[in-house]
Design a protein around this ligand. Structure first.
Ligand SMILES: [Zn+2]
Ligand SMILES: [Zn+2]
Length: 173
């Protein structure tokens, strides 16, 4: 995939305006935001004026003619390449009316937790997942396990790591 090269100063200016979330969180644009919610970024050369498009091109290469970017995280200020997918306008429109999109317009999960950038993770299917709910489910799963089950997992993990250590060659070339 060919990459797009922008002048160093444009890239640096861009990078300074992005708040990088940790892990799989959004990378939020901190600069000017247009009325439609998308970040605005002006490059002197070329006609790009949208922050997320600039971010995508930096990371993945040129966006093909007629393609639009769909923010899978539904966060229009997000410029993170792997949260953006290049789709045709028709596809974007279709998605806008799908069950997924209707779901995506919800600001809170079914349990009332806000889909804030830090509380939202994007699953492999592109759906938003509530971190708070995940934590609660995990905690509940842990709490409902018997001591025997906990011990069995611990034994399994120990055996696994032991096996891995034995399989690993003593010297690496
Ligand atoms: Zn995002
Ligand atoms: Zn939730």
């Amino acid at each position: 995939m060919p990459r797009v090269y922008y002048r160093q100063d444009a890239c640096e200016r861009f990078a300074r305006k992005v708040a990088h979330g940790s892990g799989d969180e959004c990378w939020e644009w901190q600069g000017a935001v247009r009325a439609d919610g998308y970040g605005a970024f002006c490059v002197r050369t070329g006609n790009l004026s949208l922050a997320h498009r600039f971010g995508y091109e930096l990371g993945r290469g040129p966006i093909a003619e007629g393609m639009t970017l769909d923010p899978l995280c539904r966060n229009r200020r997000c410029v993170r390449t792997d949260h953006l997918e290049a789709v045709t306008l028709a596809e974007n429109k279709r998605r806008g009316m799908s069950a997924n999109a209707i779901n995506a317009r919800k600001t809170h999960c079914d349990h009332g937790h806000e889909f804030s950038p830090t509380n939202t993770r994007i699953g492999q299917n592109g759906w938003r997942q509530c971190r708070m709910c995940k934590r609660l489910v995990d905690a509940r799963a842990r709490a409902s396990r018997t001591p025997e089950q906990v011990q069995a997992t611990r034994d399994y993990m120990r055996a696994y790591h032991l096996r891995r250590r034995q399989e690993r060659p003593a010297t690496l070339h």
